[in-house]
Design a protein around this ligand. Sequence first.
Ligand code: SAM
Length: 481
Amino acid sequence: MEKIIDEVKQGTALTLNTTTKNKRKLYIESYGCAMNFADSEVVASILSEDGFSTTQELNEADLILVNTCSIRDKAEQTIRKRLTEYNKVKKTRPHLKVGVLGCMAERLKDKLLDEEKIVDMVVGPDAYKDLPNLIKEVDSGRDAVNVILSKDETYGDIAPVRLNTNGVTAFVSITRGCDNMCTFCVVPFTRGRERSRDPQSILQEVNDLWNTGFKEITLLGQNVDSYLWYGGGLKKDFEKASDMQKATAVDFSKLLDTVALAQPKMRIRFSTSNPQDMTLDVIHTMAKHKNICNHIHLPVQSGSNRILKAMNRLHTIEEYFNLIDNIRTIIPNCSISQDIIAGFPTETEEDQEDTLKALEYVKYDFGYMYLYSERPGTMAGRKMDDDVPEVTKKRRLSEIIALQRSHCKYRTELHLGTIQEVLIEGPSKKSPDEWMGRNAQSTVVVFPKEQYKAGDFVNVKMNSCTSATLIGKAVGYSDNN
Ligand code: SAM
C-alpha cells in the first residue's frame, strides 16, 4: 500500500552515461513525487551541457544536488538527515559543493543557508536553467540562491536525460504548478501557479521516447485534468487570451487523444487527477483508445463533506461518487486508486466513518494514505489548530489502511483466471528467474521469464495472487508487439 512511484526510489542516486568531455562529477539524489524525479532528469540534461557527468559514488562527487520534497514534515526531516551525511563527505573533499533543489528550497529560501551550514546553493523548481550561473557563483566562493517562480517555465525545450532508466517506462511532464489551493497543501507555494507545456514539445518527447525503445509513458502534473495550452502563460490568465487562442486551445482530453493517436502502441498513463477538474471527455477519450491504460488515480482525501469543504476540495462526496459511477459505466474495468489524509484539523469520529464509507463505496484497487502534517504557510497551517491528537490520527490511519488492504485483495483476486496483457518492466525483485510488469490497471504481475525480454508486451494467465501482486504464466506475445 506504499506509494509505488514515490517511496521505492526515494533517495536513489541517479546516473546517466558518462561522457569523456565532462570532467566534473555530479551526484544527484531525488525525494518526493514523480515530478521531482522527472525534474532531476531535466537538471541532469542542463548540467551535462555544463561539464558534468553523473556518479553514484558520493565520495567522488564534485557537486551534490538533492531534489527535495516539502509535502509533509517527515519528508523535510529525511532531507535534513541526509545533509549531515553529505557533511561527512565534505570533510574529506573540501572543494565539494552542495545544492538543495525543489520544494524545500522554494519553501525555506535563503533561510536554508543559515539553518544548514553545509548548503552552498538553493534553487527552486523554476530556476534550473540558471544552474550553470549559480554553480559559477559557488565556485567563486559565494553562496547562491535562485527561488524565483515563473509564469511560463515548463522546460519544454529541454530533452530530459533518462536517469536510472529501465528503458521501458518514462515520465513526461505536461503541467507545472497548481492553482487549486487545497488548504493542507504546500504545492502552490513551492511550485507556483499552474501552467501547461506546449503540446508540440510533449509530442516530440513522446515520439523520441518511442523511437528509443520506450513502451509506456506517464503524463505528469499536479492536476493533469486542468491542462490547458493556449499559446503559453498561466492557466489563470486564460480569460485574457484572444478569441483565436481560445478557439484553438488544447485541453487534457485533446492532448490525451493526440498523444494516443501519435503512438498507438505506446501505453499511456497519467497522474494525478483532481475530481473537481476531471471531465467526462477525458473518460470517453480513455475508452476510445486501447493504448490509454484503464487506471485513474483520483485522490479523495476524505469522505466527509464538512472536511472536504475545510480542505477547499471543490466537490462534495456525492459529486465524487457520481464521477466514480460515470467512470465505471464508461470504462467498466477501470481501476481506481486514492490518496487519503487522516486527522485533518477538526476531524471527528463521524467524519472518519464517512471516509470508511467512501472506501466501501469505491473499493479502490490501491491507495496512498497519510497522517495529516501541518505545513507552514498553508491556509490550514495558518487558520486551523492541528487538533486531532497524534494517537487518534494514527488509529484512524490504521483503520483506513486495514480496510484499503482488504479492498486491494478483493480487486486483485478479481483478475484471477483471466489472460491479460502485461508490459515487462524488468526482473522481479524477489526472483531473478521471473519478470515483473503491470497490467493496464497498474496491478503488478510476476511470471517466469522464459524467452521473453524487458519491453515485451506479453499475454499472461493470472493463476494466483498476494493482496497486491498477481502471479501468472505467459501464454504468448500480445498483438501490441
Ligand atoms: N495534486 C494532487 C491532489 O491534490 O489531488 C496530489 C498532490 S500531493 C503531491 C499528493 C498527496 O499528498 C495528496 O493527494 C495528499 O493526499 C497528500 N498530502 C498533501 N499535503 C499533505 C499534508 N499536509 N499532510 C498529509 N498529506 C498531504
